[in-house]
Every structure is written in C-alpha cells, then in structure tokens.
Design a protein around this ligand. Structure first.
Ligand SMILES: C[S@@+](CC[C@H](N)C(=O)[O-])C[C@H]1O[C@@H](n2cnc3c(N)ncnc32)[C@H](O)[C@@H]1O
Length: 185
C-alpha cells in the first residue's frame, strides 16, 4: 500500500491549487491544531483533512470516531481516509457545504483548507462553519503565513475574534495555528 507521504505527493502534483502543501502536516502541528478538542461537546468537523494528520491527532485525544466528520474535496484522499479511520464519517464534499449536513452545536471545526488566497473562499468556508458551530465553538486554522489569514477588517465584518496558538518550525513549511471564535456580547 502507498505511504501517506506518497499519496499526498501524488495528489499535490495532480491538484496543486487545492492541496497547496508539499507534505502532510507534522505531528507537532497536529497536536497544536487539536489542543483542547477533548474538552468540547457535540460533533467535531475536520475540513481539508488530506491524508489525516489532524484526524489521527483528534482520535488520539480520545474522541469517539462516531463524533468526527471529515469533509474533503479530493476523492483519492477520501478513499485513503475511509480505510485508515474506520467509524469516522468521510464526506467527499467541499467545506462550503457544511451547513447542508444539518449539524447543530458543532464543538470545533479543524481546518486544513487553504483559505489564505481568496476572500470569497474565506467567507464561504468560515462563514458557513460559524452557522453550525456552538456559541462557544472554535474554528482552528493552519496557515503558512505569520499573520492571521483572515484580515482584521473581515473578522470585524464576521463578528469574530482571533488568537494565535503558535508557530511550529518543525514542519515543511513552518506552520502557524490560529483559533477563531464568535465575539460574545
Ligand atoms: C494543505 S492540504 C492539508 C492536509 C492536511 N490537513 C494536513 O495538514 O496534512 C489541504 C487539503 O484541503 C483540501 N481542500 C481544498 N479545498 C477544499 C475545500 N473547499 N473543501 C474541502 N477540502 C478542501 C485539499 O484537497 C487538501 O487535502
């Protein structure tokens, strides 16, 4: 069977605009992305899981597979995810369609979707996620930029606050993790 890295590299070559990374995220990034997920209630949705670096970390934190839903655009990654993580719901659907799943009070959305480049994509992906997130739910995003991929202006427009969890240098390329929440009155 092809290794995780080989599958990832093959899909990066076929779909560079969607995959936008040269390797799966490291275990350190996965730990930072999933920190605290064991304390949330309700379903957990991972968007853009690729070959499953964050999926593994979520399950390693004791989350039951039945609570985890993956939304991944790439059908080859979906096949590999279904084989690797029995019991987890794997949907070959874009993250923009999260509302149509009919979920409520989602505890956390963990995002590997590259949202940096396009403002429209940010609104569609992040805006839709906050329609299903619980009041205190979090949207956690990986980025290779040192700054929040969502600008201060757009955060104000969407009523969100941001916190940088940190930088992981031991990743190719170095990664940053940002956490977004609703500004509660
Ligand atoms: C940079 S890779 C990250 C993979 C994995 N989370 C990791 O960190 O190793 C981005 C992933 O997002 C997926 N993707 C891109 N756009 C998407 C969208 N709109 N909805 C769902 N998945 C998407 C790609 O197919 C790819 O698997």
């Amino acid at each position: 069977m092809a290794s995780e890295f080989t599958v990832f590299l093959g899909e990066m070559i076929r779909h560079p605009g969607e995959v936008r990374a040269i390797a799966p995220s490291s275990a350190r990034v996965a730990r930072m992305m999933t920190a605290g997920v064991e304390r949330v209630t309700g379903p957990i949705v991972e968007i853009g899981p690729g070959t499953g670096s964050f999926t593994k970390a979520i399950l390693d934190r004791g989350i039951a597979p039945e609570r985890l839903i993956l939304m991944e655009l790439n059908p080859r990654f979906c096949d590999a995810l279904s084989r690797r993580f029995p019991g987890v719901t794997v949907l070959n659907k874009p993250a923009q369609e999260i509302e149509a799943l009919g979920l409520q009070n989602v505890g956390s959305v963990i995002s590997g979707v590259p949202i940096l480049a396009q403002a429209d994509l940010q609104r569609a992906v992040v805006g839709s996620a906050f329609k299903v997130l619980a009041d205190r739910g979090s949207f956690v995003q990986i980025t290779y930029s040192p700054n929040s991929p969502i600008s201060a202006e757009r955060l104000a427009e969407m009523g969100l606050s941001v916190r940088k969890r940190g930088t992981v240098w031991a990743n190719l390329p170095p990664a940053r993790v940002f956490e977004y929440r609703r500004k509660l009155q």
